[in-house]
Design a protein around this ligand. Structure first.
Ligand SMILES: *[C@@H]1O[C@H](CO)[C@@H](O)[C@H](O)[C@H]1NC(C)=O
Ligand SMILES: *[C@@H]1O[C@H](CO)[C@@H](O)[C@H](O)[C@H]1NC(C)=O
Ligand SMILES: *[C@@H]1O[C@H](CO)[C@@H](O)[C@H](O)[C@H]1NC(C)=O
Ligand SMILES: *[C@@H]1O[C@H](CO)[C@@H](O)[C@H](O)[C@H]1NC(C)=O
Ligand SMILES: *[C@@H]1O[C@H](CO)[C@@H](O)[C@H](O)[C@H]1NC(C)=O
Length: 348
C-alpha cells in the first residue's frame, strides 16, 4: 500500500507570501528509495550534450529508429508534458491532471480565447522499470496556473513552468530539487509558458510560450533578488523575447545541451514536438525533433520522425529526453495520456 509521507504537513510550503503559494503533497510509493539516484547524475551540458549534437548531424528523413524497449509507467500519468532522465534508473515526469476542461469563449476576452478550466500539476518519479517511486502534486485545488510544461535538469535543479491552460495568459517558472520535488518560484510572467531550459554558464533561463511561437529569456543574476524582494504577483519582464522563425513543429519539451563547438559556441537545446496541419477531419500530425539555438531560436538542424505509439499518437508529441549509448543516439518519448508507455528508440 502506498503511504502518504508523514512529513507532509511540514513540507506543505508557503513560499513568498502572496506571490506564489506552493503546494507540495507527495505520496511516496517506495519509502526507502531516494527520488534522485546516487551517484547524482550530470546535466547534458556537463556530459554528453555535445555528443548528442554531433550524432544529430548524421540524422535525416530516412533515419531508421530501432525500438529498444517499451516501458509501461505504473499508474496514471495524466497528460505527460515533460521528462527528465536521471541516469538509467530514474525518470521524472511533469504531468497535467485535468479536472475541468477549458471551454472556448468563441471570442477574445482579456486577451485569451477560453475559460481557465481546472486541474493539478504533478511531478512523478519512476524507476528504470517504470515502477512509481513518488507522485508530487505541486499545485493546490483552485489554482488557475495548474498546467505543468516541459522540464529540464541543470545538474542541480529541475526547471519547469506552471501556467494557465490557455494562450496569452500567465505563468510561473519554478525550480525544484529532484531529491525533494518542492517547487520554488523563480518568476511570474504575463504569458503562457511551456518548455523551459536553464543555461548554467550564462545563468539565463529561456521559456517558450503557447505553441512555442515566442521564446523569452531572463538573466537570473538580474532578476532573482528583485523577485525575492517584491513578494507580490508582479510580472518579471524578460531580457528579451524572440519570435521562433521555424514553423516546422511546435516545441513541447526541450533539453539544454550546452554551448556547442559545432555551431560557433551558441547555447543549444534539443526539442521535440509536433505540427497539426489542416483542420477538422483533415488534420494530420507531423512529428519531429530539432536542435535549436536558444538565443535566436533558429534550428541549425531538424528532422521529422514518423513513429507513433501503439495508440497512434506521434511519439514526439510531448516528453522527450536523449542519451548516448555505445556511440548511438537514444531517445526517450512518452506520448500517450493516462497509462503511458515510455518508448525508447535508437538510431539503427
Ligand atoms: C494528496 O494527493 C493524493 C494523491 O493524488 C490525493 O488523494 C489527496 O487528496 C491529496 N491531499 C491533499 C491534502 O490535497
Ligand atoms: C462556443 O461555441 C461552442 C460550439 O459552437 C459552444 O458549444 C459553446 O457554448 C460556445 N461558448 C460560449 C461561451 O458561447
Ligand atoms: C477579465 O478581466 C477582468 C479584470 O481582471 C476580470 O474582472 C474578468 O473576470 C475577466 N473576464 C474573464 C472572462 O475572465
Ligand atoms: C511574440 O512576441 C512579440 C514581442 O513581444 C509580440 O508582439 C507577439 O505578439 C508575440 N507573439 C506570440 C504569438 O506570442
Ligand atoms: C514497442 O511498441 C511498438 C509499437 O507498439 C512496437 O512496434 C515495438 O516492436 C515495441 N518494441 C519492443 C522492444 O517491444
Amino acid at each position: 500500500m502506498p503511504h502518504t509521507c508523514s512529513i507532509k504537513a511540514s513540507i506543505l510550503l508557503v513560499l513568498l507570501s502572496t506571490a506564489f503559494v506552493s503546494a507540495l503533497n507527495i505520496t511516496v510509493y517506495q519509502p526507502n528509495v531516494p527520488f534522485a539516484p546516487l551517484p547524482w547524475p550530470l546535466s547534458h551540458a556537463e556530459s554528453e550534450g555535445d555528443e548528442i549534437i554531433s550524432l544529430f548531424q548524421n540524422l535525416g528523413r530516412n533515419t531508421v529508429w530501432k525500438s529498444i524497449a517499451n516501458v509501461s509507467f505504473e499508474s496514471d500519468t495524466f497528460e505527460p508534458e515533460g521528462i527528465v532522465r536521471l541516469g538509467p534508473d530514474r525518470y521524472v515526469v511533469s504531468a497535467g491532471q485535468w479536472t475541468e476542461p477549458t471551454a472556448p469563449f468563441n471570442t477574445t476576452i482579456n486577451g485569451t480565447d477560453r475559460s481557465t478550466g481546472g486541474g493539478f500539476s504533478h511531478l512523478i518519479v519512476f524507476d528504470g522499470g517504470g515502477s512509481r517511486i513518488a507522485d508530487a502534486t505541486i499545485t493546490r485545488r483552485g489554482d488557475i496556473e495548474y498546467h505543468n510544461g516541459g522540464i529540464d535538469f541543470d545538474g542541480e535543479f529541475l526547471w519547469g513552468t506552471l501556467a494557465q491552460h490557455r494562450p496569452n495568459s500567465a505563468a510561473y517558472v519554478y525550480k525544484a530539487r529532484p531529491e525533494s520535488l518542492g517547487p520554488e518560484p523563480v518568476l511570474h510572467y504575463d504569458d503562457h509558458l511551456g518548455g523551459v531550459v536553464h543555461d548554467v554558464q550564462t545563468n539565463r533561463i529561456t521559456a517558450l510560450n503557447w505553441g512555442s511561437r515566442n521564446a523569452s529569456t531572463w538573466d537570473l543574476d538580474e532578476i532573482s533578488d528583485q523577485y525575492q524582494a517584491s513578494s507580490t504577483s508582479e510580472y518579471t519582464e524578460p531580457e528579451n523575447t524572440v519570435r521562433k522563425p521555424s514553423h516546422f513543429i511546435d516545441y513541447q519539451d526541450c533539453k539544454f545541451l550546452g554551448h556547442s563547438k559545432h555551431y560557433q559556441n551558441p547555447p543549444v537545446m534539443l526539442c521535440g514536438g509536433i505540427a497539426a496541419i489542416g483542420s477538422g477531419d483533415d488534420t494530420s500530425y507531423l512529428g519531429g525533433i530539432a536542435l535549436v539555438d536558444v538565443e535566436t531560436m533558429l534550428p541549425p538542424d531538424e528532422i521529422p520522425i514518423a513513429l507513433r505509439s501503439a495508440l497512434g499518437v506521434p511519439l514526439t508529441v510531448n516528453p522527450i529526453d536523449a542519451s548516448v549509448e555505445n556511440g548511438k543516439l537514444r531517445l526517450y518519448l512518452l506520448p500517450d495520456r493516462n497509462n503511458a508507455i515510455l518508448y525508447i528508440v535508437e538510431v539503427q
